[in-house]
Design a protein around this ligand. Structure first.
Ligand code: PLP
Length: 461
């Protein structure tokens, strides 16, 4: 399997290089030269596999000869050994045609653990083989940071630098990152938004000299490996649905469009998905492009679902490339317009191709609170604010004859204050969270200054 850049300026690359570099040198994102296809019979045959076996089956389609089957098996089994549910991503029933896929049983209680636990072990495997060290830089809207800190804490060949937007993530999200106290990790609270943090990371990658000097690598959701690992649970969800499995929808709480894009790839691979429903908060740029064809950056609003407080959905570039018939020149034209004019409008042909695979909706903070309360009162299901958005937008789009799976992206305890406000009752924190409350925090508040951060990365290499 070879990979190319969405912007057309990269030689074909192997999985190893794609994993290590994150972003292509031309500024584009890597995508596989083709999506391997499974027939419906082949998909249904996967039903008897454990989650780990399923993961090995799917991931190995994309990793070329980097790992032997046995090596990948060991790596994946270690990755999920700290998950507290033996199904890893259990499917629960909300109503006859609405299910919820719980993706929060990993060590930091958000879906980011699925990919990060595997990625850190893939990095270690390669670095050990090549006797190299690397510097990993990542921007986080909350959950990527803690998942990365937790996944890389024992890595001897990786330094990890995390940028998060100061005062724009929940207190427990912050504490999960800042209390791990691993010597290979530095946490920076950047005075700005998530988009500012993401822009710094992108610009650090454009600094070719720095990239070479410190072996810069990225684990943001623009890294293809994260997308790949997340494809697995779409298959797992489908295989757990008890009946009538044709043309199911997935509702996905969306920020950077990584998770939703993984669902799209699952569909391309042959999973019988009808629509991916993009569910956003007030930061609704993706809902707007689906509804109106307009993709214009707005101001970033601070909401009660902070992991989705994003205006520039980086992974959307991968989908655009696809609907543009994989034409890199057209893609670069749109990306330049995004930079110069703050956005672009797509024509009706492109809109139709989006509507074939996607639906969308958005939810305000007030509706999110109401949804959390309603689900708690009526069904005794406690939702985190992000998951509530997915569930509610799904409800509004479900027809009587379709089945929808809503992704529950984080444990409600991670957003304790919002959830308690919604249901007017105290909630119990799971052990992983109650433990961090009292621990000492280590992080540094800094201005959005790229040179300062580059200096820190050099200092520790
Ligand atoms: C990261 C995150 C999202 C958004 O996922 P994307 O892949 O960025 O679209 C949604 N919910 C939670 C809880 C998250 O941590």
């Amino acid at each position: 399997m070879k990979y190319k850049s969405t912007r057309g300026g990269s030689e074909p690359k192997d999985f190893e290089e794609v994993l290590l570099s994150g972003l292509a040198k031309d500024g584009g994102l890597f995508i596989p030269s083709a999506f391997p296809k499974l027939s419906l019979a082949e998909v249904n045959n996967l039903g008897s596999l454990t989650y780990e076996q399923l993961a090995v089956r799917i991931i190995s389609l994309y990793t070329g000869n980097l790992f032997s089957n046995e090596e990948l098996k060991v790596l994946v089994e270690k990755s999920y050994s700290r998950f507290t549910d033996e199904k890893r991503s259990p499917l629960i029933k909300l109503s006859d045609n609405h299910f919820m896929l719980e993706l929060f049983h990993g060590p930091t209680l958000a879906f980011k653990d699925f990919a990060m636990q595997v990625i850190s072990r893939m990095f270690d495997f390669i670095l050990e083989k090549n006797k190299r060290k690397i510097s990993i830089i990542t921007a986080t809207s909350g959950d990527t940071g803690s998942a990365a800190v937790e996944a890389f804490k024992y890595s001897e060949r990786a330094n990890l630098f995390v940028l998060y937007p100061y005062k724009r993530i929940s207190e427990l999200q912050r504490k999960q990152m800042t209390t791990v106290g691993s010597s290979n990790t530095k946490i920076f609270a950047v005075k700005g938004t998530f988009d500012d943090c993401q822009a710094i990371v992108k610009n650090l990658f454009k600094d070719i000299e720095l990239r070479k000097d410190v072996n810069l690598a990225g684990v943001n959701s623009i890294n293809w490996a994260r997308i790949l690992i997340q494809i697995v649970y779409y298959f797992s969800a489908y295989l757990q649905i008890p009946r009538d499995k044709n043309n199911i929808n997935f509702s996905v709480p969306t920020g950077n469009f990584g998770d939703a894009y993984a669902g799209y790839v699952a569909k391309k691979m042959g999973l019988p998905i009808d629509k991916i429903i993009i569910a956003t908060n007030q930061n609704d740029i993706l809902d707007r492009i689906i509804q109106t064809g307009e993709y214009f950056k707005g101001k970033v609003y601070k909401t009660n679902s902070p992991s989705m407080d994003i205006q520039i959905a980086s992974n959307f570039e991968r989908l655009l490339f696809e609907i543009l018939g994989q034409n890199p020149n057209e893609l670069v034209r749109l990306m330049n317009r995004l930079e110069a004019n703050n956005g672009f409008t797509i024509n009706s042909y492109l809109r139709n191709s989006l509507e074939k695979d996607f639906a969308s909706g958005s939810l305000s903070d007030i509706e999110t609170i109401k949804t959390i309360n309603d689900y708690y009162r009526e069904r005794k299901v406690l939702l985190c604010p992000h998951s509530a958005i997915g569930v509610k937008v799904a409800e509004e789009s479900i027809g009587p004859n379709s089945i929808t799976v809503s992704l529950a992206t984080a444990h409600p305890g991670k957003f304790k204050d919002t959830v308690e406000r919604a249901i007017s009752e105290p909630i119990q924190l799971p052990k992983n969270l109650s433990e961090v409350v009292e621990k000492k925090e280590i992080y540094k508040v800094i201005p959005p200054d790229i040179n300062l951060i580059a200096g820190e990365i050099r200092k520790y290499f």
